[in-house]
Write a protein that binds this ligand. Structure first.
Ligand code: AMP
Ligand code: GLY
Length: 424
């Protein structure tokens, strides 16, 4: 089967490498892909948000299947447009993608169906939000309703910080129309867990759990980023907690979407916080997480394409999704200065990888035959091993063999997880 993958980050590189290993995969296209993905798929310069361009390409190249992974095209209805053109897709349609596209929608869904989440209030005017914030308990969390490049949640410690957040989001519209409404949410505490699941709208099959490291600096200090590294499985996510999440969160969410006439098919991502009162939903994503996918897919033993076809066809069963018992670690190499100002255009030297090592490229492009840096997060160095210690050590050893000027990485990916295992 010839397959088109929409997107061009490290997550898409991981998806493409897994698809490439499938027995039934034929030609692979990435729209737009990137300079590193170009080794594994034909990259076509069509933007992930150019829905008409994507449909046209899929038609003229007669692709058999499309995988849409980034949030924007999903929320814009890319799957609807491709399916209308007769191209079967992996990914939710627009009606279902709203579970990520609108935090007001997802919060109301959780309230209506009794799915555990932080208490919150919704506001559509800055004045009303500020009046509420005058008497709120701090810290509290201000969230823009719509998509905001993962930067739409601000934890504020006092009224002055809250006033700035509301000014940015609702008045200065730093995230555009995504800030027309805000949620003001109870501040929760506890370890965070990412759980990606496959669902065909009936059956929900969780993948191995993972832990993101969102802050730029060691010790979880500094600014929020798109993710500086991940490990899997997440040691806080015990079998007991997994069973509870299936019962109180995963199955009720899939049922709620069906009840709302918005059946969800694709990868449904649960961002969870394990609070003293039990697991609660921090956020839903309508897609694979980045960089969670970079540690989850290397542990997948089953054929990704077969799973995706079953999700599309409504024939998913739990036995189709098998993971190895090992662990994985992804260390992101970023451009120094990310997530703020950074320079790009530096040549990247990639080493040979051994079995159990992967390099998933995100912000890089080809300049002639050379791969050069072109973004904040440049690539992920990924390793799998029998134990988390070994996966972390191997990922850092691999990262150390990758060279480019101005490279920056956190030095403590996996440390918190190893501590939780009593091995830190
Ligand atoms: P989000 O964009 O909703 O994923 O939020 C980004 C990050 O902000 C999360 O990964 C959490 O670390 C933090 N966060 C979001 N909501 C809350 C909350 N209600 N309480 C505490 N931390 C939160
Ligand atoms: N790693 C979090 C996300 O993909 O949104």
């Amino acid at each position: 089967m010839d397959i088109l993958v929409v997107g061009g980050g490290g997550r898409e590189h991981a998806v493409i490498k897994s698809l490439k290993a499938s027995r039934r995969s034929g030609k692979l296209y990435a729209l737009p892909g990137n300079g590193g993905i170009a080794r594994d798929a034909e990259c076509v310069p069509v933007k992930a948000t150019d829905i008409a361009g994507i449909v046209q390409f899929a038609r003229t190249h007669k692709v058999d299947f499309a995988v849409v992974t980034p949030d924007d095209p999903l929320v814009l209805g890319c799957v609807d447009a491709l399916e209308e053109a007769g191209i079967p897709c992996f990914g939710p349609n627009k009606a279902a993608a709203i579970i990520e596209g609108s935090k007001v929608f997802s919060k109301e869904l959780m309230k209506k169906y009794g799915i555990p989440t932080a208490a919150s209030e919704t506001f559509s005017s800055a004045d009303a939000a500020l009046a509420y914030l005058k008497t709120a308990r701090y810290p509290t969390v201000v969230k823009a309703d719509g998509l905001a490049l993962g930067k739409g949640a601000v934890i504020v410690q006092n009224y002055a910080e809250a006033e700035k957040a509301i000014g940015d989001i609702m008045v200065n519209k730093v995230f555009g129309a995504s800030g027309d409404r805000v949620l003001i949410e109870e501040f929760l505490t506890g370890p965070e867990v990412s759980v990606l699941t496959f669902t065909d709208g009936k059956t929900v099959v969780p993948m191995v759990s993972s832990m993101d490291h969102k802050r730029a600096g060691d010790g979880d200090e500094g600014l929020n980023t798109g993710g500086m590294g991940t490990i899997a499985p997440n040691p806080y996510y015990t079998k007991e907690i997994a069973d509870e999440c299936m019962r109180t969160i995963f199955l009720p969410t899939v049922a709620a979407m069906n009840a709302e006439g918005r059946p969800f098919k694709g990868c449904l991502y649960f961002g969870l916080m394990l609070t003293p009162d039990g697991p609660k939903v921090i956020e839903y994503n309508c897609r694979f997480g980045d960089p969670e996918t970079q540690v989850v897919l290397p542990l997948l033993k089953s054929d990704l394409l077969e799973i995706m076809l079953a999700v599309r066809g409504g024939t998913l069963t739990p036995d189709m999704v098998r993971f190895s018992d090992g662990a994985a670690c992804c260390v992101v190499l970023a451009s120094e200065g990310y997530p703020q100002k950074y320079e790009t255009g530096f040549e990247i030297t990639l080493p040979q990888t051994e079995r159990g090592e992967e390099i998933y490229v995100a912000g890089a492009k080809l300049s002639g035959d050379n791969l050069v840096t072109a973004g904040g997060r440049v690539l992920g160095a990924v390793a799998t091993a029998d134990t988390l210690e070994d996966a972390v050590a191997r990922a850092y050893a691999l990262a150390g063999r990758i060279r480019f000027q101005n490279a920056y990485m956190r030095r403590d990916i996996g440390r918190r997880a190893l501590k939780a295992l009593g091995r830190g």
